[in-house]
Design a binder for this molecule. Structure first.
Ligand code: NAD
Ligand code: DAU
Length: 357
């Protein structure tokens, strides 16, 4: 199979590229703009392989996207490129509208033209796989409810609204133009190569730096966590075996309160890298002002992908979190340069509205 992966220099996209390019029967083209979140260092293990190619491009550039599909004779497009951080979408929603909505429109338009040029088995094989999020379903109460593929969309943040819009566009291209699409909506990922603006890597690296560990609100919000390589395995199944027009929910059945996630990281670090002063890292936890529009709880019912495509995750939250912490302890070469550039300003607190950004 010949794959075009958009956003392959990001957290999940790089896991997908590493997984697919690890099999010499596949050819993998990674198309990525290299925004602040894109990092070619995450692809060090594959970038010399003969079955891997990189194209630096913006998905909003329809001509370049079309040329990549044609020139590399693509069978399956896996569309992951997006602005992905909720806090940034609160500070500056414009980039989310542009990449997540307009960019997905350009991807669909290019894929439609390319698909119409295909014949025979090549045409039967073609898939456009849109990678989305459980955040499109919105806010669940603490004590009940679970997201199925039939749950109505009710996004709360500029990020989730932009992803919901893109999901609607993808379904419209299937219904209207017959583009063979598959969609997947996944819960919170964590694991190696995760950009340290997101909760888990931020807390690990702040703790190692003896910085405060910010927990929004009362820390009671619940997320449903999945190890990134388990997500990549699920995505490969959806892209290659998913039924055109269908969507698949992906999640690890691992709901945890944020405060418990942060305390759990502190407890593991206390054992693996005790603080010089002998205190627990938990002393660094600070409850801070909540994120505006903060969804209380997400929970995924993944029974459809388990039943129809035979997917099962290999990590529990406990094994995956320990593996993740070990990875950050051993891979400063990857995160050191990012932390130097990143700064420590809190993202996503409400600022006065100015000209649209
Ligand atoms: P990420 O922010 O780590 O990576 C995004 C990648 O997209 C980066 O490499 C970036 O350079 C690239 N990109 C951004 N704008 C682009 C553009 N205009 N043109 C080309 N490339 C561009 O994101 P991630 O966490 O790896 O998420 C990947 C996808 O999975 C996103 O679509 C996201 O909505 C979805 N998703 C993420 C999670 C999660 O927990 N991280 C969960 C469910 C779904
Ligand atoms: O649910 C899937 C989504 O998960 C993906 O679609 C997004 O791309 C991905 O970024 C992630 O979104 P979240 O907003 O859930 O992830 P984040 O790591 O930013 O926050 C996780 C939880 O932790 C959330 O309830 C907010 C809270 N939080 C976050 C940060 C950065 C804190 O309490 N403190 C923090 O400093």
């Amino acid at each position: 199979m010949r794959f075009l992966i958009t956003g392959g220099a990001g957290f999940i996209g790089s896991a997908v590229c590493r997984r697919l390019a690890g099999d010499p029967a596949n050819f993998v083209v990674n198309l990525d703009k290299l925004t602040y979140a894109g990092n070619l260092a995450s692809l060090r293990s594959v970038d010399n392989l003969p079955n891997y190619a990189f194209v630096q491009a913006d998905i909003c550039d329809g001509e370049t996207v079309s040329a990549a599909m044609r020139n590399y004779d693509i069978d399956i497009v896996m569309h992951l490129a997006a602005e992905s951080h909720v806090d940034r979408s609160i500070d500056g929603p414009g980039a989310f509208i542009q990449t997540n909505i307009v960019g997905t429109f350009q991807m669909l338009n290019a894929a439609r033209g390319y698909f119409e040029s295909l014949t025979g088995e090549k045409r039967d094989r073609f898939r456009f796989h849109h990678i989305s999020t459980d955040e499109v379903f919105g806010d669940l109460p603490f004590d009940s409810g679970i997201f199925t593929e039939e749950t109505p969309y009710q996004p709360s943040s500029p990020y989730s609204a932009s992803k919901a819009s893109s999901d609607h566009l993808v379904r419209a291209w299937h219904e209207t133009y017959g583009l063979p699409v598959v969609l997947s909506n996944c819960s919170n990922n964590y694991g190696p190569f995760h950009f340290p603006e997101k909760l888990i890597p931020l807390v690990i690296l702040n703790a190692l730096d003896e910085r405060e560990l910010p927990v929004y609100g009362k820390g009671e919000n619940v997320r449903d966590w999945l190890y990134v390589d388990d997500h990549a395995a699920a995505l490969q199944l959806v892209a290659t075996k998913g039924v055109a027009g269908e969507s698949y929910n992906i999640g690890g059945n691992a709901e945890r309160r944020n405060i418990d996630v942060v305390s759990g990281i502190c407890a593991i670090l206390d054992k693996k890298r005790p603080r010089a002063n002998g205190a627990s890292y938990a002393d660094l936890i600070r409850m801070v002002t909540d994120r505006p529009g903060h969804d209380r709880r997400y929970a995924i019912d993944a029974s459809k992908i388990r039943r129809d495509l035979g997917w099962t995750p290999s990590q529990t939250f406990e094994t995956g979190l320990e593996a993740t912490i070990d990875w950050y302890l051993n891979n400063e070469w990857w995160w050191g340069p990012i932390r130097k550039e990143q700064g420590y300003e809190r993202l996503g607190s409400l600022k006065a509205s100015g000209p649209a950004k």
